[in-house]
Design a protein around this ligand. Structure first.
Ligand code: PMP
Length: 417
């Protein structure tokens, strides 16, 4: 995931032009220009194999899962549970009991906050996060602190947007019960040393949740090698539909956690006196799930692995290095987030131009970037800015996209003279 790959050295074996043909939406014209999509960190586009898998499921196999003896219900159940097994292999989890389908990263983190942390933590206990987290990895912990009286600690970052690792380690102590940390920062692109963090946290007896929303599209994640206790991600950032994601959890932890939502699917027996809960993973999946989303997620995992996650990551790293070098040459551009290890995200400001105006002018040129605080307001506060513009890369971006971005920024500078 490192960005320090020379854009000029490695041979361009990766065929981005071919990859682009898998994504029909990339042929869209926006404001009279061919679309340049540089917003994959917010949500990636879906390739034909994912669109077709969803359509095929909806056309031929849909019924509710688990409860039916009829053929369609069995077809739907096997498609849904097949996707779970696919996700298990994708993450190298030990068992499908460790794969909980959720709406996305946000729901996954809230599940752990409410089902793992809330019943266990109390005054004196500490939850440790970092200063570069997405709101989804801040607010659920603040809620647990309000509910239980435990304390939130925040490990600082430096001006490059890197975690100050020694400070982080100093904050780990006998009171630390849980560490919740991003694998890759969405606002800055920083890749965090999660393996080292997991080892250090475990040495202090704390469990670790890794927010992998920005990591799974750009790196191979092996939860056994990483040894994290929980790993959360969203399908829609890795070429799958919205409304589906995964919480991986270590089985012995999940087994000891109470369900967090009640309803159908998550029970074995119900009477007015007593209800018994289903086995893992269904104990955490109350109600009818997002079946077609899970099917699409499985297809997206097939797709990403068919391209080769490492090949995609190397391609994106070349684009990031190229864009970083090009933007650094533009007068007035300030890069925000210059960590030694980065993945696919380039945040920046342009002197005298609000990020929203910059984004609006780029849009008139057909270029989609994200502008704002990127759901990481504390990061903006740290850098003393209200917002950044953020270009982010996916498997389908090209050097031409970078050239169009650079030209678009030239246009912004003309407009603002
Ligand atoms: N964490 C990070 C690092 C993210 O980038 C995002 C999405 N921007 C989330 C959490 C939340 O993901 P979702 O909205 O899909 O639940």
């Amino acid at each position: 995931m490192a960005a320090n790959v020379s854009p000029f050295s490695a041979p361009e074996a990766y065929d981005a032009a071919r990859v682009r043909r898998d994504f029909p939406i990339l042929a869209t014209q926006v404001n009279g220009h061919p679309l340049v999509y540089l917003d994959s960190a917010a949500s990636s586009q879906r390739p034909l194999p994912v669109l077709r898998a969803v359509e095929d499921y909806e056309t031929h196999s849909h019924a509710n899962v688990h409860r039916g003896v009829h053929a369609l219900s069995q077809a739907a159940t096997s498609a849904f549970e097949g996707a779970r097994e696919r996700a298990r292999r994708f993450l190298n989890a030990r068992s499908i009991r460790e794969i909980i389908f959720v709406r996305g990263t946000t729901e996954a983190i809230n599940l752990v906050a409410q089902s793992y942390a809330r019943p266990r933590f109390g005054p004196g206990d500490e939850i440790l996060i970092s200063a570069l987290e997405h709101h989804a990895n801040i607010v659920p912990w603040q809620m647990v602190c309000e509910q239980t009286g435990c304390t939130l600690k925040v490990a600082p970052i430096n001006r490059r947007g890197e975690l100050l690792y020694e400070e982080f380690e100093e904050l780990l102590g006998p009171r630390t019960r849980l560490v919740a940390i991003a694998h890759v920062s969405n606002a800055l692109g920083t890749v965090l040393p999660v393996k080292r963090i997991v080892e250090a946290a475990h040495a202090h007896g704390a469990v670790v949740l890794v927010d992998g929303a920005q990591a799974v599209p750009h790196s191979r994640v092996d939860v056994r090698a990483l040894d994290a206790d929980f790993y959360a991600f969203s399908g829609h950032k890795m070429y799958a539909p919205t409304g589906i994601g995964v919480l991986y959890g270590r089985e012995e932890l999940l087994a000891a956690m109470p369900p967090w939502q009640g309803g159908g699917e998550m029970i074995l027996t119900v009477s007015f006196d007593r209800t018994t809960y289903n086995e893992l993973p269904w104990k955490f999946e109350a109600g009818t799930p997002n079946i077609s989303g899970a099917v699409g997620l499985g297809a997206a995992m097939d797709y990403l692995e068919s391209l080769g996650v490492e090949a995609v990551a190397a391609h994106e790293a070349r684009l990031l290095a190229l864009a970083t070098a090009e933007l650094a040459r533009i007068p007035g551009i300030e890069l925000v987030g210059t960590a030694a290890s980065k993945a696919s995200v380039l945040s920046f400001t342009l002197a005298g131009v609000h990020a929203h105006d910059l984004g609006t002018i780029l849009d008139t040129e057909g270029i989609a970037v994200r502008t704002g605080h990127h759901c990481a307001m504390p990061v903006m506060t740290f850098f003393g800015i209200p917002a950044t513009a953020r270009a982010s890369f996916g498997c389908y971006n090209t050097e031409d996209d970078v050239a169009r971005l650079v030209a678009g920024l030239g246009r912004v500078r003309e407009v603002f003279g």
